[in-house]
Design a binder for this molecule. Sequence first.
Ligand SMILES: NCc1[nH]cc(CCC(=O)O)c1CC(=O)O
Length: 322
Amino acid sequence: MAGSEPGINQSSTPKSAAAVRIGTRGSPLALAQAEMVKAGLGAAHEALAAPGAVEIVIIKTTGDQIQDRALSEIGGKGLFTKEIEEALIDGRIDVAVHSMKDVPTQLPDGLVIACLLEREDPRDVLISRQGNSIATLPQGAVIGSASLRRQAQLLALRPDLKVVTLRGNVGTRLTKLANGDADATLLALAGLKRLGKADVATAILDMTEMLPAVAQGAIGLEIRATDRRIQDLLAPLHHAATAAAVAAERACLAELEGSCRTPIAAHAEIAGDQLHLTALIALPNGATVHRDERQGSVQDAEKLGRDSGRALKSLAGPDFLA
Ligand SMILES: NCc1[nH]cc(CCC(=O)O)c1CC(=O)O
């Protein structure tokens, strides 16, 4: 290029000198997760431990802007991921850090989840003002939640409860609870732990009463499919057992997809070379819950997930997911 000097950046927006640019939402939880990735990269590669080598870029998503409605009402998949994926495709960032439970099963062309961090505890917790289990919540208690999955499973156990929409990030929800907007709420333990707030939990819910969301507790790192440099840098952070569990759960979800208004939950547990998958679909009012359990080789994680999704579909019948 005429007039250009070596090492001088000619573009109008100065290009970051960082070796790795990590894109994330700006919520405290998202930032904590991005910091975990930054620390992991620094621990794995000496060159990335230097100040400025890894940069965190905050990107605002549609899901962050809309705070007053249930996500199922807004509709549309990828409310927390779309803008971050655009930055990845445009080359403004190199790695997108996602809570895998917010990532749609279909990724945009050219992007891949290249790495899964070791999963945090996937269970949900109850945070309540009175009663330390679902069974002992006061009659008719008001539960704040925007999740159809949590609503359906709560109402299946306790049809007398009243569920109201409670959105916002973890801190906002805790404030709303303290203000009396609800008697109790449910949150993912993983998020609370990463925020150092696990002590607000009244009780950790058993998988048998509250099956988690697909991929809950798992953090996935999305990159450009062609980016070998970043792929190699992330390799030491990858956790194979988490990847297999998440693959099974997401394959189940992909098989069931069609409506984001159907409560779906799934959890895969790995012991040795065996994967045990539990999945369910329910009516939002909890009146019907269809459950599937199966076990097989970890190698067949995706097939187990697909088979589970198909089994649930045939249990439920054609009208259920409509
Ligand atoms: N949709 C919000 C969201 N996405 C991921 C988590 C928790 C962290 C995780 O599952 O890894 C949360 C908050 C919650 O449900 O309590």
